[in-house]
Design a protein around this ligand. Structure first.
Ligand code: C5P
Length: 235
């Protein structure tokens, strides 16, 4: 799998999701299934989108005690998705247990990445609500290093931190980055954002784009603009 744009399919039903994806005639974007769609439709929507030929990032952000996460990951491993994730805040024992659970009897597994600090959290919120009094970037890099040492494949972070994650954890350690907006776009609840072009310059491996595509008047054009700005049109 190479550099790509992942569309966050934050819809509440199968019908809405399929109607949205049917607009992309002749192409199969890499899609992210998050809590909203998964809780609405369950594993069936994952199987259906996989059968339609989409690569899938299953974004359920697991965060619980190691044994619970291990068992949940074992169930998710049967869904044959490409990427799954958890919260790095669950710490290294949880991450190692997750990897064990996710690894199938034949040794294969989806990529496993850790959410560092949500891109909706800024420095002030982190300090006041979480009592973490370090620069966000230090926290992200520390979580990334912990995830790498636990054997994970990468992290979810802001594009603003992608370059430093690679410097600290190696070029092959994935920086999957939501928090992407067009230059003239509305940030919504996201705080640590860049444009797709800036994410490319900073070395993001995958950008995750939701509302700038799903809420666009022309989602296909918005997706193509993301591909072009991120430097992967025609790949
Ligand atoms: O609509 P928007 O582009 O903000 O969507 C970003 C997507 O990425 C959402 O589905 C959100 O759940 C997800 N995400 C995020 N920040 C993280 C991890 C995932 O925004 N740290």
């Amino acid at each position: 799998m190479g550099k790509d744009v992942i569309i966050a399919c934050d819809f509440s039903s199968r019908e809405e999701t399929l109607a949205f994806l049917d607009r992309f005639t002749g192409r199969k974007p890499f899609v992210k299934i998050g809590m909203e769609l998964f809780y609405a439709e369950g594993p069936a929507i994952v199987r259906e989108l996989k059968a339609r030929g989409h690569k899938i990032f299953l974004d359920l952000k697991l965060h619980d005690i190691p044994n619970t996460v291990k068992k949940a990951m074992a169930v998710l491993s049967r869904l044959d998705v490409d990427i799954v994730n958890l919260h790095a805040g669950g710490a290294a024992p949880m991450m190692r247990a997750a990897l064990e659970g996710l690894t199938r009897p034949d040794g294969t597994r989806p990529l496993l990445i850790a959410v560092t600090m949500l891109t909706s959290t800024d420095q002030q919120t982190m300090e006041t609500d979480l009592l973490i009094r370090e620069p966000v970037e230090n926290v992200v890099l520390h979580y990334a290093e912990t995830a790498k040492n636990a054997g994970l494949d990468g992290v979810v972070c802001s594009p603003l931190e992608a370059e430093k994650v690679h410097a600290r954890c190696g070029a092959g350690f994935l920086a999957v980055t939501p928090g992407v907006r067009f230059a003239e776009g509305d940030k919504g609840d996201q705080k640590r954002v860049t444009t797709p072009a800036e994410a490319d310059r900073l070395g993001s491996d995958y950008i995750v784009v939701g509302r700038p595509v799903t809420a666009a008047a022309d989602p296909v054009a918005a997706y193509e603009r993301c591909l072009a700005e991120f430097g992967c049109a025609g790949i």
